[in-house]
Structure formats: C-alpha cells, structure tokens
Write a new protein. Sequence first.
Length: 282
Amino acid sequence: MLNKRENFKNIASETLSVINDGYYINKSNEKIDIKTFTDRAIEGTELVCELKNEEGNKLNASLDKAELTVVNNATINAIIELRNSGISGNVIALNFASAKNPGGGFQSGANAQEESIARASSIYPCLIKYKEEFYEFHKEQKNPLYSDKMIYSKDVPIFRDDSGDFLSEPILCSFITSPAVNARVARERGINESEIREAMNIRIKKIIKLTLSKNPKAIVLGAFGCGVFGNNPADVAKIFCQQLKENISKLRDIKIVFAIYDRNMTIVNIFRKELEYFNSVI
C-alpha cells in the first residue's frame, strides 16, 4: 500500500499526463477534453509587477452585502462547492506560491495548498510560462521577504477534487499566484516582526487590488503563509480584514470564502475571530 507522499506523487504524475494528453476519463468512463481550456488559460496568464489605478467592477457597489465565511476545507474543494452552488462568472482563488518552484513540491509528493491546486488543475503550465521572470528571479534574489510579483491565470480548468478523484466535467477558476513572506527564515536572518508584517500588509493589499480589478463574483482566500512559512495567523487575518474593509464598496455582491484546511481548528478559529468584525460592519 502506498504512503500518502507516494500517492500524491503518482497523482501529480498522472495530472501532468492529463495536461499533456489534453483529456481525462471520468468515473462514467467518458472522455473529457481539457486541451482548449488549458491552452486558453496559458494564453491568458500574465505576470503582474505593477498595478494600474483601476476601480474594478463598479456594478458591485450595490445595496446588497458581501458574504464572508471561514470554512475548514481545502481550497480546491471550496472552489468546487462555489461552482456547484450556482456561482457563475469569475471565481478567483489565491494560490499560496512557492517563490522558487512552480507548483511547489507537488511532483515529489509534497502536500500543502499549492500542491493540492497543482495536482487538481492545469495551473502548472500556466506558471512555467514565467519561470525566468518569477521563479528564477526569486532564486537569485535570496530574500525571504520575496517580492510583490504575481501571476494571474484566468479560467484554469480544475478536473480533480482534493482527494484526487476526477470530476465529471472540469470547472474553471482563476488564480492569483503570490508568495507569502517566509517569516521563519526572515526571523533567522534578523528581520524584525514589524518589517515582516509590513511586507505582508503590502502584499495582501496588492493581491486584493488585483483581485478586484478582475471583476470577481467569488473570492477564495485563506491562511496565507501561516504554514511552514510561519506567519502569525492573527496578524494575517487582521491584514486581510483591514484590506477588505478598505475596499468594502467594491465587495458588494461578492462571496468571499476563507478556505483553511485545519484538522484541529486552531487557525480556523483564529480567522473566524478576527474576521467576525468584518461581517458586523458590512
């Protein structure tokens, strides 16, 4: 029997074969084409270094409230649930990126948020489009704060759920790929907490700004950088809350989901506590 890492490694290898072949066979033994979706996603992927002063979709500034929830779920499954609930239009999810390796360690069987996304979708060929400008740049930089560069990939096909099962048909989700500050390494190098928080504040501000410029109907966020990178969950939740409040008029009619896979609920509860104020003021 395969251990989890070997199983994830095999799923990743099969996913790359599906992307290369342009189709998969679903549980009903139907051949499902994804080539057109994948090609469009790669073509529509852009590297974002500077943000224009865009207002986003002003039609969202209605009398209806935004809806914010924190769920104990994997990002991929949260996206699938949004689509199954009838959400149409642009769904945008934040991909907690490795700054140095596209898809993180998904090909070697690692399992964090980005690896889950890479195993379940066609995001990998979108990311390697900017291997030099994004990944090699960060390798050469050797700075644990990384940078505010982002990769925006529109309408990436998702064809598996988080457990690796094929979907009956693919669903589409746009991704913003951004690296959180590697707070653990930053601390080891003597970078103080205020500098770490400020770097995260600026990064999240830009992530929200880019997200809103793409006219989303739903946004999937999460505990950005709160795993192996060691950022303080309460600090990250507060930053998200502040940045969302600053854009409150643009968030009307948009469903916001913080998807946090957390066996013991500790980080989920921290985010729920910090974000409950947001729901009280909208």
